[in-house]
Design a binder for this molecule. Structure first.
Ligand code: ZN
Length: 186
């Protein structure tokens, strides 16, 4: 199947042969929590994180997760599509040190998240065909209440190449297939 045909199908939407839903355009694959999380998957509101920090308790919210000395934030891991305007992204979790986590919470709800700069982070979700998490990464704060961007720093990780060189549509379809989404071929 040519890239043009695939591009057309993605642009016009298609009914998924696996999940039965109709998918419009390029859609992201999001992880609800970092891989090490074993607590309840019901999420607390984001603002609860400050109290959870003070009380030293575990918490999972839309954008934060605390497990003892481990501090996680919800990020996006973008993968640009070759020859297209669209960018596919995993919604993945990355760690921050306690100090950087506190700084991140301060700028999180502002429009100038880029003032956070960058930080070392462990990517904390396993990606398909990739070694187990955690994986060394860099976390970049974003402006305009956008989630921070994770960039994989391990050169032998299969998604390091994808992040630098981009994805073909076939690569994208292979990723979707891993998560139970299949393009209807007829
Ligand atoms: Zn689907």
């Amino acid at each position: 199947m040519s890239d043009d045909r695939l591009r057309q199908l993605l642009a016009n939407g298609f009914t998924c042969a696996s999940c039965g839903e109709r998918h419009e355009g390029v859609f992201d694959i999001a992880f609800d929590y970092p891989d090490p999380w074993t607590g309840p998957i019901e999420k607390e509101p984001n603002w609860s994180v400050r109290l959870a920090l003070e009380e030293g308790r575990v918490i999972l919210s839309e954008d934060f997760c605390l497990m003892g000395e481990h501090h996680f934030v919800r990020c996006i891991l973008p993968l640009k599509l070759i020859g297209a305007d669209e960018t596919f992204a995993f919604g993945a979790w990355g760690t921050l040190s306690q100090q950087r986590f506190l700084e991140f919470v301060e700028v999180f709800d502002t429009l100038h998240g880029s003032s956070f700069g960058t930080a070392f982070s462990w990517l904390s979700n396993r990606l398909p065909q990739a070694p187990n998490a955690p994986v060394r990464a860099q976390l970049h704060g974003q402006d305009g209440r956008q989630r921070p961007v994770l960039k994989i720093a391990e050169k032998d990780h299969p998604f390091y190449q994808f992040q630098n060189d981009g994805l073909t549509f076939d690569d994208l379809l292979a990723i979707y297939a891993q998560y139970g989404h299949r393009l209807q071929m007829d």
